[in-house]
Design a protein around this ligand. Structure first.
Ligand SMILES: Cc1cc2nc3c(=O)[nH]c(=O)nc-3n(C[C@H](O)[C@H](O)[C@H](O)COP(=O)(O)OP(=O)(O)OC[C@H]3O[C@@H](n4cnc5c(N)ncnc54)[C@H](O)[C@@H]3O)c2cc1C
Length: 462
């Protein structure tokens, strides 16, 4: 063991949160080090947000070709998909995004970067291989990794996680997806639209992150039109069979056996805390092995340890990781002077078709307060119908009395954009009346939002 290196701030993990923490910390002190166990480039760019959106973009293109005949263009039938070219574009563009990140890391001074897996020796000392680093404060930004349920463990190389998909050279013929969360639905639908035979199994009826039963049902109805999916399945057995996967499940009271090339585990993600030897820090850990932390300061108790990004299992989204990293890095550098950072209105978007969005407080969070629920179906919404995207439902939740927007859930066309409008309105603490005083063009999908707001306004005035 060499002499310990001493820094003011040590950051574990060079993902989005870790890089944001690094930038915030070096603005205060040059005595900073950033440890990365894998490779630089971030989960978002390498195997997360960006490559998944690239795959979805290819799927949307194929889907548009297949539906063109509904507008009187082209002939009905499957689009010809060249899996090799699809994956070449996904990988090529992905590598371009990763390149931007790694070039940014290249600009960090070499003495600030340490490659290797970090683990705690005590609250102020971390080991990376043979090296020991002493730190006044530590930011843990080690992210999360796919969780593989025991049922899928015997599948060997027939089991894939999101990371594997984005290095494929070509598309498999068939895939069974376990998990109807954001990742399972996005990747499952994209691959199905690219011609892969896909079947999806969820759990306990969940559809993405939706908590509003009516919105969930609308989403489910739309997905069922094109996907083989069961949100609450009875899967009897999953086993490796030759060079494939055999799944035994019950459908419509009948037992069915179906064979697939591969199985995708999209059954949630586990925070990367288990290999950090966190128990040596003296922090009290919960059942997940996570220390309690303050989501305004990112500080764990009164300690000099901060937790940012997916690793804290709070809001595992890119923009939250960036915000949390910045707050954690700044506070770690100023420790013991710790101050709360700004938190924005929560927004989550799922890039399926129809898209899904959750803004502000979810139905699960507001329902006890019995808010007014303004609804708009997209079935007969003008512009949605023009584009043949007239599926889905929007629910906005408004506080009785004040009329303030509390939150919203939706499944429908362009939810990514409606979601932003709603999030901005929510963060400005607007009321339904104030939102209705804003301009609405014609004919646009935003008129669907106006329908929901008018519905809420009518109920509020009663
Ligand atoms: C398929 C997929 C699609 C997604 N799509 C979206 C999306 O559309 N929009 C969105 O907002 N979010 C999306 N996300 C979520 C988003 O990618 C994450 O919220 C974000 O990347 C988290 O950043 P992070 O810095 O916390 O973790 P990461 O970027 O994972 O960084 C953690 C780093 O820590 C390193 N590390 C781990 N253990 C150690 C250790 N002991 N020592 C040193 N280093 C260690 C890891 O190697 C890694 O580089 C998606 C995620 C996935 C998987």
């Amino acid at each position: 063991v060499q002499n310990p290196r001493e820094v003011d701030v040590l950051i574990l993990g060079a993902g989005t949160a870790g890089m944001a923490a690094y930038r915030a910390a070096v603005a205060v002190t040059p005595r900073v080090a950033l440890v990365e166990a894998g490779s630089f480039g971030t989960t978002c760019a390498k195997v997360g947000c960006m490559p998944s959106k690239l795959l979805l973009a290819a799927a949307e293109a194929a889907h548009a070709v297949e539906r063109a005949h509904l507008f009187g263009a082209g002939e009905p039938g499957r689009a010809h998909v060249d899996g090799r070219r699809v994956m070449a574009r996904v990988r090529g563009e992905r590598d371009r995004f990763v390149g931007f990140v790694t070039r940014a890391v290249d600009d960090f001074p070499a003495e600030h970067k340490i490659l290797g897996r970090a683990r705690f020796l005590d609250a102020h000392t971390v080991a990376v291989g043979d090296e020991r680093i002493g730190a006044k404060a530590v930011v843990i930004a080690t992210g999360s990794r796919p969780r593989v349920p025991a049922m899928l463990e015997g599948l060997g190389d027939r089991l894939v996680v999101n990371d594997d998909i984005f290095s494929w050279e070509e598309l498999p013929r068939s895939l069974v997806v376990f998990g109807l969360g954001i990742i399972g639905l996005e990747l499952g639908q994209a691959l199905a639209r690219l011609g892969v035979r896909v079947r999806l199994f969820g759990a306990r009826g969940h559809v993405g992150p939706l908590t509003d039963p009516a919105v969930r049902d609308a989403a489910l109805g739309a997905f069922r039109e094109e996907l083989c999916l069961d949100p609450d399945p009875r899967v009897l057995e999953v086993r490796r069979e030759g060079d494939g996967v055999e799944v035994r499940f019950v459908e419509g009271g009948r037992e069915i056996k179906e064979r697939f090339d591969l199985a995708l585990a999209a059954t949630g993600r586990a925070p990367n805390v288990d290999r950090l030897d966190l128990e040596r820090t003296g922090l009290a850990l919960d059942a997940r092995g996570l220390p309690r932390f303050d989501r305004a300061t990112m500080q764990c108790g009164a300690s000099s340890i901060f937790l940012a990004g997916d690793v804290n299992d709070d809001r595992p989204l890119l923009h939250e990781a960036a915000d949390e990293g910045k707050v954690a890095g700044d506070n770690a550098a100023r420790f013991p002077e710790v101050r709360p950072g700004p938190r924005r209105t929560p927004i989550a978007v799922v890039f399926t078709d129809p898209q899904m969005a959750l803004i502000g407080e979810t139905w699960a969070e507001v329902k006890e307060r019995a808010p007014v629920v303004g609804a708009a179906s997209f079935e007969d919404q003008g512009r949605s119908r023009v584009m043949l995207q007239n599926r889905g439902l929007l629910h906005v939740y408004a506080e009785r009395g004040s009329g303030r927007l509390l939150g919203a859930e939706m499944a429908g066309p362009r939810a990514e954009h409606l979601g932003h409008l709603l999030a901005w309105a929510h963060q400005q603490r607007l009321t339904v009346e104030q939102m209705l005083g804003m301009p609405f063009y014609h004919p646009v999908i935003e008129e669907g939002l106006r329908t929901a707001l008018r519905d809420a306004a009518a109920q509020l005035s009663r």
